[in-house]
Design a protein around this ligand. Structure first.
Ligand SMILES: [Zn+2]
Length: 423
């Protein structure tokens, strides 16, 4: 590193610069709630998304980074290494938000990555390997579901064309939104889709309560729990609520309740690690004086251990069928992501970085999705979590302290310096 030691670089991380940038980004798509919270609604591939990216690009170029975009609209900020031919250390996260999102989820990891570049620039450090910061396209899936389409395309988890036909609430196709977006960024340098990074490391708010509750500064994330999403359609027959005897009904609500009750028994976990959620229930015709002819409900099942996730998920169709009394049901698995184990390389680098900086750290798996999930099969991967107030995320009340944000950026900087190496 040109004779510069890591402490000099880490000391150049600026809490105030990082915080001011977080707040500047929060104004793009920002809104206030009646309760006084400050939220963000910044859909991917939108004009607001492009405005935020232009702001980021301006900062990055001023710091001396080079900017490029790949065919999936993933945005890269590159700090050149002493040997440009080597695979970069890649860091970053996403800039899109949930429709009623907060000011930190995603954008924090991008701006923390930019802070690494700022610190390298300020200290004149030139690591052995290039360092790249990425803003992945459409992590949240708030506009185009499912999310993580940018990182899935980059890693080849799915071909880009797999997402072409996804439509948003206004009927806009993903492929068309992507094409328009790339046309509006035609002045930016293009790069090919995908490469194998030397390592990937993503900084993010925890989205859970543990760091705050335990008074920790950062988490060394060990992996991401797996998820299986199902849609269950219970078919009955509509009848008049006042005239049809109960014995003759095919009441889809009653059978859906039986199915959900049986699923709760199936999913019972005394250790409270398994996550089972029925988050959406729609009833047709959905009037108070009609027997329901159809109920559609969703299941979101998550667990860090494939040995649990696989058999419990596989048992869902049989348990639903057995619980029905008069109706029929279809179970459709619409999304599957098996657990990702980050292995030792990057988590150890994060743990050593936190220890070197005197920060308190614990190890934990991530309960939420992240782009890192799709990098893990491709290269050594890890994440750094910082505390968030009350564990709240995907909500305007989402909050992290300026000092907590800076601590995460310092750990990220230290870890990246070690991963990128000396010349
Ligand atoms: Zn996120």
């Amino acid at each position: 590193m040109d004779g510069v030691t890591a402490p000099n670089v880490v000391a150049a991380v600026s809490e105030s610069r990082l915080w001011d940038r977080l707040m500047a980004m929060a104004r793009i798509g920002g809104f206030a709630t009646p309760e006084g919270d400050q939220g963000v609604n910044r859909p991917c591939l939108s004009a607001l998304d492009r405005e935020a990216r232009r702001l980021l690009i301006g900062w990055a170029e001023a710091a001396g980074a080079s900017v490029s975009v790949d065919p999936a609209a993933n945005l890269f900020l590159r700090w050149e290494g002493a040997d440009p031919s080597l695979a970069p250390v890649l860091t970053g996260s996403h800039m899109d938000s949930q429709p009623q999102g907060g000011r930190f989820d995603g954008i924090y990891g991008v701006l923390a990555g930019l802070e690494v570049i700022e610190a390298l620039a300020a200290s004149g450090a030139r690591p052995h390997r290039p360092v790249e910061v990425v803003a992945w396209t459409n992590e949240e899936g708030g506009r185009f579901a499912p999310g993580c389409t940018g990182s899935m395309s980059f890693t080849g988890f799915k071909p880009m064309s797999a997402f072409d036909g996804i439509v948003d609430a206004d009927g806009v196709r993903y492929a068309d939104a992507l094409a328009q977006h790339l046309a509006e960024e035609a002045d930016l340098a293009r790069r090919p889709l995908g490469y194998v990074p030397h390592a990937f490391i993503e900084a993010h708010i925890e989205q859970g309560p543990r760091l705050e509750a335990e008074g920790q500064d950062v988490a060394v994330v060990t992996g991401i729990q797996g998820s299986r999403w199902f849609t269950v359609t219970v078919e009955g027959r509509t009848d008049h609520a006042g005239t049809a005897p109960l014995s003759l009904r095919k009441d889809a609500v009653q059978d859906a309740l039986r199915a959900i009750t049986a699923l709760n028994v199936l999913m019972h976990d005394p250790s409270d690690v398994l996550r089972f959620t029925v988050g959406s229930v729609t009833v047709e015709p959905g009037t108070s004086n009609s027997v329901a002819r159809r109920v559609v409900f969703t299941i979101d099942l998550r667990h860090p251990d494939e040995g649990v996730l696989r058999p419990r998920g596989d048992a869902i169709p049989g348990v639903v069928q057995a619980a029905l009394r008069t109706c029929t049901a279809r179970v459709h698995e619409r999304f599957t992501a098996w657990p990702a184990d980050f292995g030792p390389t990057v988590p150890e680098a994060v743990a050593r970085a936190a220890a070197a900086l005197g920060l308190k750290a614990i190890r934990l798996p991530s309960g939420a999705f992240h782009d890192a999930q799709f990098l893990a099969p491709v290269c050594p991967t890890g994440m750094i979590f910082i505390p968030c107030r009350n564990g709240v995320s995907h909500h305007p009340g989402e909050y992290a302290e300026p000092a907590q944000c800076a601590n995460g950026a310092r750990v990220l900087t230290e870890a990246i310096i070690k991963l990128a190496g000396r010349p």
